[in-house]
Design a protein. Structure first.
Length: 471
């Protein structure tokens, strides 16, 4: 109980102090002007059909991987493919991406590839503004590894290139995994309660009420990383009010958070707390702890992305029957259909502009986009990639099979919120913190709406905020 109270105090202070404190991430990013020079870079290699990016075949390569839900085995396997033609790869894995990488960027001595992901993901928009990130257009225009008659860009799923753009045609972040977000659950758990997955909010409350009578919570989530809530909340808002509501939020438009769809969504989610349908202690646990509690059958529903099947494989019972569904809608007045989901290219990689072997970094990404590496990734981590058709014919795990089916059922009803990468601190800390405070019972939905709009208004006044807009 003490953990829960401390967590509540922390998120309350964090949300309240949003306008007063400059975040450490922003301070570091603003200092990242670099100290290296072109003389530190390796010489380019000779261009050929097998070496279209002019990689120095003798030069080494350094790659840093976020050691999270996907682990790093897929990367070490890709190193072996790269090393068939080029120099040795120095490999590092860490969960402390910002702590480890930001100082190297400041000094001008970064690795050649950074998997910029996780809770310590660096603010790439800020790094781009300081010329710290290489434009990956040469990679996209290079011939693909498997078919030299196709450019790399022509092998990618729709939206992949756009996800790496920040106000221009340049591509700075390459998002490798294709993630499907939604509400995750156990099929047998619902069958035992003799219920189906709820499609309206009244149905959701009824299912949670039935679960509560059996001593099971309706929901749990990553209380310490409250932006996980966005994985179901943002598409819920879009369903209620339409995709343009999310675009207005992304654009930091005045009063975007005051839209009626946001109010209704906040009121609905707050009702989960008010009726006691959230697992006790949830505000004080992280993503791993919430997933473990879910695996143990202590809660029915978990907002998450399609990496969760791999991340929970050590705690998932064999008969768990993992599945995922779109966010539950509000009612028949919804502007978008129940099948609407948030799905996108994710798990970003970047090549620092001051890396010693920029060409090698892009070649390593080209290897990752080859069929061998793409299928290996899916096999190892139970996740799709951004490569068209790479998973066709493969045997997929239950959760990924459900995610793939959900994606196909959505058709064109897919939203891709850009707040998480255009304004990462606002999304994770400010908005996430406010939602966490509301779900802990310390803010009313109306107060949460007001606070989210205040955070967005302050972000809109920041230098460079106007660069990132939906057309």
């Amino acid at each position: 109980m003490g953990t829960e109270v401390n967590r509540r105090d922390l998120i309350k202070r964090s949300a309240a102090a949003g306008a007063l404190a400059l975040p450490a991430m922003g301070v570091l990013s603003s200092c990242a002007t670099g100290g290296g020079s072109d003389s530190d870079k390796v010489e380019k290699g000779e261009k050929s059909a097998k070496n279209p990016l002019e990689v120095n075949e003798k030069a080494g390569l350094s790659v840093v991987i976020f050691n999270g839900g996907y682990g790093d085995e897929y990367a070490t396997d890709a190193h072996k493919v790269y090393e068939r033609s080029f120099g040795k790869v120095k490999h590092e894995r860490t969960q402390k991406i910002r702590t480890r990488m930001q100082p190297l960027l400041v000094k001008g001595n970064p690795p050649d590839v950074i998997n910029n992901s996780g809770a310590e993901q660096m603010d790439v928009a800020s790094l781009i503004s300081k010329d710290q990130v290489a434009d990956l257009t040469p990679l996209l225009d290079a011939p693909s590894l498997d078919d030299p008659d196709k450019k790399v860009r022509d092998t990618l799923l729709p939206g992949t290139i756009e996800k790496g753009q920040f106000g221009g045609k340049e591509v700075y972040h390459f998002n490798y995994s294709y993630t499907v977000y939604g509400t995750w659950y156990s099929k047998p758990a619902l069958e035992k309660l003799e219920v189906e997955y709820p499609k309206t909010w009244d149905e959701m409350l009824a299912v949670c009420a039935k679960a509560k009578k059996e001593g099971i919570a309706g929901w749990t989530y990553a209380g310490k990383h409250p932006y996980y809530f966005a994985f179901t909340l943002y598409p819920f808002i879009a369903k209620i009010g339409g995709a343009d509501v999310i675009k207005a939020i992304d654009n930091l438009e005045p009063n975007a958070w005051r839209h009626d769809a946001v109010k209704k969504a906040f009121e609905a989610y707050h009702e989960l707390y008010a009726k006691g349908y959230v697992l006790k202690g949830t505000p004080g646990i992280d993503h791993i702890q919430s997933q473990t509690q879910w695996n143990k059958g202590r809660a029915l529903f978990l907002p998450n992305g399609s990496w969760v099947e791999n991340e929970t494989k050590k705690t998932t019972p064999k008969d768990f029957g993992m599945a995922v569904a779109p966010s539950t809608g509000l009612d028949k007045s919804d502007a978008m259909p129940f099948e609407t989901i948030w799905a996108e290219a994710s798990e970003p990689f970047m090549v620092p502009a001051q890396a010693k072997n920029v060409e090698g970094g892009m070649e390593w990404l080209r290897v990752m986009l080859g069929k061998e590496s793409a299928q290996n990734f899916t096999k190892l981590v139970s996740a799709l990639t951004c490569v068209k058709g790479a998973a066709d014919g493969m045997d997929l795990m239950p959760g990924l099979t459900a995610a793939n089916g959900m994606h196909k059922a959505a058709g064109e009803n897919i939203i891709v919120p850009r707040l998480p990468d255009w304004h990462i601190e606002l999304h994770k800390d400010r908005i996430g913190g406010t939602i966490a405070t509301m779900m802990a019972g310390d803010l009313s939905p109306a107060e949460a709406v007001k606070q989210c709009q205040q955070h967005a208004d302050r972000a809109a006044k920041a230098d460079g905020a106007d660069k990132y807009k939906h057309a």
